[in-house]
Design a protein. Structure first.
Length: 545
C-alpha cells in the first residue's frame, strides 16, 4: 500500500476554495479563518514529511493569526529547535496549499519526497496547538485529518501561546540530548522561566505591580498560570483585557499591535503616572511597555527600547565577566527608529545589522552573532547565544567574585530567555529582571535616547503583490517610479525617512515614516501613503491626515 493511499480520500473532505490563492508569508499562512481548512489540512501533510526529512524529529504546527483580526486565522510550521520553518520549504507549503485537486496534492507530496530524498519508513511526529480564535476548532479538525492521513504520531498541546508551542517542540527534540531544553508541558515552561527569574532578582528591592493588557487572547490565562507558578511578590501583576470567551474582542482596541500602531493605551485604560504597563498581542509573541508621565503624556517602550535595554545589560555583563572575545550584537528591521540605531552604534558601540521583516529573517542574522539580540520595533524578538558563546561561557574561569557573579548571571539568563522564538512572557520576565536589578522605573529606562516621531499607516490596494522591495525592504523596485516619489517626499523633511512594503500577514501595504517633529512625520507619512494610493491602485478611502 502506498504511503499516500489515504491522502486523496481525506483531502476530499477539505476542498480548496477555488477563488483563493494562498501564500506562505511573513509568519505562515494568514487570511480569513474559515477559508483555511484545506490549507491547514495540507500543512499537516507537510509537517509529516518535514518530520520524516528530519529523521523523525518533532515538527510543530501552530494555528494562529497572532495580532490579526479575530475573523482571520493562520497556520505555520515550526522546525525541530523551535525555530521557524526552513525557508526552502516555504515554497512547498505554497505549492501544496494551491493544488487544484486531491490527486495533485498527492503528486506534490511525491515530488517533495523525491526532491528531498525522504525515507517514508521513518515515523513522523508532530506537536500542535492553537490560539483562542473561533475558527480554531474547525481548523484543528482539518489538521488532525491531515495527520491521520499520514498516520502521524501526533501530540495536541491544546490552547497555548505560540511561543509555548515553539518551546514544547524544542523540549521534545532535546529530551534525550546532553542539554535538554526543559519539560514539554505548561508547568515545565512556567517552572523553567519562573525559577530563572527568581534566581536573578533574589535579594533586590520589590518592583511595583505590572499592569498587563493581554489583548483578550491566550496570553491572559497563560500569564496568570505563570504568576501562580512564580508565586512571589517579585511578579505582582494585574491582567486586563483577559476576556477570551466573548466573541469579537480579540486584539480589538487593545494589545501590542494596537498600542504600537496607534501610540496610545488600550481603550478603556487610563494610565496612572508612575505605574507600569505592558501589552501582549493575541498569541503572546509580542510585547511593548508604556507609561504616562506627570503631564499625562503617553510614552511607548517598543521593541527597539527592549532591544537596547537588553543589549546594554548583556554587554555590561560580558564586560564584567571578563570574557573579552564575546561580542553582543543587535539585529533590527527597517522599522527600527533611527534614534535607536544611532544609540546602538554610537553610544553602546555594538554592531547592528538589518534584516527583512519577519522573525525568521532576524533569527537567522542573530544566529551569526555570538550573542545576538533581535527585536522588531513591534515588540517581537529574543536573544540567541550561539554555540561558540556557550563554549566561552563554559570555559570562563572567574578571577573575582564579581566575574563569577556576571558569568553566573549570563548562564541564568539563558534559562530565562526563550531562544526558540520571540516570546512576550519570557521577554517580559527579562525586562522585569533588568529593571529590578538596575532599580529602574520605566522613565529611567526610556531616558537612554529619544525616539524620532514615527508613524505607521496601512494602504489597501487592488494587488499588493506588485510591490517588490530591496535593501532589507527599505527601497521599492516596483511599482515603477514610486520609489522616486518617496525619495522626493523624504527629502523635504528634516531627518525624514520613509519606506513602503507589502504586508505578509494582512491584505495591505504598510507605510512607515519618521521625521524630526510629529507634524513633519505625519505630513510625510500621509504624503507617501497618498502616493501609494494614487500610483498603485488604492482601494477605499484615500489616506488623509
Ligand atoms: C508577524 C511576524 C512578525 C511581523 C508581523 C508583521 O507577527 O511574526 O515578524 O513583524 O507579522 O508582518 P507584516 O508587516 O509582514 O504583516 P505576528 O505577531 O502577527 O506573528
Amino acid at each position: 500500500m502506498s504511503a499516500f493511499s489515504q491522502v486523496a480520500e481525506y483531502s476530499a473532505k477539505h476542498p480548496k476554495p477555488a477563488d483563493i490563492t494562498f501564500e506562505y508569508g511573513t509568519a505562515g499562512f494568514r487570511t480569513i479563518g474559515v477559508t483555511l481548512e484545506s490549507t491547514v489540512f495540507r500543512a499537516g501533510l507537510l509537517a509529516a514529511l518535514r518530520s520524516q526529512s528530519k529523521q523523525g524529529q518533532v515538527i510543530g504546527v501552530m494555528i494562529t493569526a497572532s495580532h490579526n483580526h479575530e475573523r482571520d486565522n493562520g497556520v505555520k510550521l515550526v522546525d525541530p529547535m523551535g525555530e521557524m520553518l526552513q525557508q526552502s520549504w516555504e515554497s512547498y507549503c505554497t505549492d501544496i496549499a494551491n493544488a487544484g485537486s486531491d490527486d495533485q496534492v498527492v503528486d506534490i507530496l511525491s515530488y517533495i519526497v523525491e526532491k528531498e530524498g525522504i525515507d517514508l519508513s521513518v515515523r513522523a511526529k508532530v506537536a500542535y496547538a492553537r490560539d483562542t480564535r473561533p475558527s480554531g476548532p474547525l481548523l484543528q479538525k482539518a489538521l488532525e485529518d491531515g495527520l491521520a492521513a499520514l498516520d502521524v504520531d501526533a501530540a495536541n498541546f491544546g490552547i497555548v501561546t505560540t511561543p509555548q508551542l515553539h518551546y514544547f517542540v524544542r523540549c521534545l527534540n532535546t529530551a534525550n540530548s546532553t542539554s535538554p531544553y526543559g519539560e514539554p508541558t505548561e508547568a515545565g515552561y512556567n517552572k523553567k522561566y519562573g525559577q530563572a527569574f527568581l534566581r536573578l532578582v533574589e535579594g533586590k528591592p520589590l518592583p511595583s505591580t505590572l499592569h498587563i493588557d493581554a489583548a483578550n487572547g491566550v496570553g491572559a490565562p497563560q500569564v496568570l498560570k505563570l504568576a501562580e507558578a512564580i508565586g512571589s511578590p517579585y511578579f505582582n501583576i494585574d491582567v486586563q483585557n483577559s476576556d477570551t470567551a466573548t466573541l469579537g474582542k480579540l486584539n480589538i482596541d487593545c494589545g501590542a499591535d494596537h498600542v504600537k500602531s496607534n501610540q496610545r493605551p488600550p481603550a478603556g485604560t487610563t494610565l496612572v503616572p508612575g505605574e507600569r504597563y505592558c501589552s501582549f498581542d493575541g498569541d503572546a509573541d509580542r510585547i511593548v511597555y508604556y507609561y504616562s508621565d506627570d503631564n499625562g503624556v503617553f510614552h511607548l517602550l517598543d521593541g527597539d527600547k527592549i532591544s537596547t535595554l537588553v543589549a546594554t545589560y548583556l554587554r555590561d555583563l560580558v564586560t564584567a565577566a571578563g570574557i573579552s572575545d564575546l561580542q553582543v550584537g543587535v539585529v533590527q528591521t527597517a522599522y527600527a527608529n533611527g534614534s535607536s540605531t544611532s544609540y546602538i552604534k554610537d553610544t553602546l558601540r555594538l554592531p547592528t545589522v538589518f534584516a527583512k521583516t519577519g522573525v525568521k529573517n532576524l533569527h537567522h542574522e542573530a544566529e551569526k552573532m555570538s550573542i545576538g539580540a533581535y527585536f522588531e520595533a513591534n515588540g517581537h524578538g529574543t536573544v540567541l547565544f550561539n554555540p561558540s558563546a556557550v563554549a566561552k561561557l563554559q570555559a570562563a574561569r572567574p578571577e573575582s567574585p564579581a566575574q563569577a557573579d556576571a558569568i553566573n548571571r549570563l548562564w541564568t539568563l539563558r534559562d530565562l530567555i526563550n531562544e526558540s522564538v520571540g516570546d512576550a512572557m519570557s521577554d517580559m520576565l527579562l525586562v522585569e529582571t533588568i529593571l529590578i536589578c538596575k532599580g529602574w522605573t520605566l522613565e529611567q529606562w526610556d531616558a537612554a535616547y529619544t525616539d524620532l516621531p514615527n508613524c505607521l499607516l496601512k494602504v489597501v490596494v487592488n494587488d499588493r503583490s506588485i510591490f517588490k522591495t530591496t535593501d532589507a525592504e527599505q527601497q521599492l523596485t516596483s511599482p515603477p517610479g514610486l520609489q522616486n516619489v518617496v525619495n522626493s517626499l523624504v527629502a523635504k523633511f528634516s531627518k525624514g525617512r520613509s519606506f513602503v512594503r507589502p504586508s505578509g500577514t494582512e491584505d495591505a501595504v504598510r507605510v512607515y515614516a519618521e521625521a524630526a517633529s510629529r507634524s513633519e512625520c505625519d505630513q510625510l507619512a500621509y504624503a507617501v501613503a497618498g502616493a501609494v494610493f494614487d500610483m498603485a491602485g488604492g482601494r477605499g478611502e484615500r489616506p488623509a491626515e
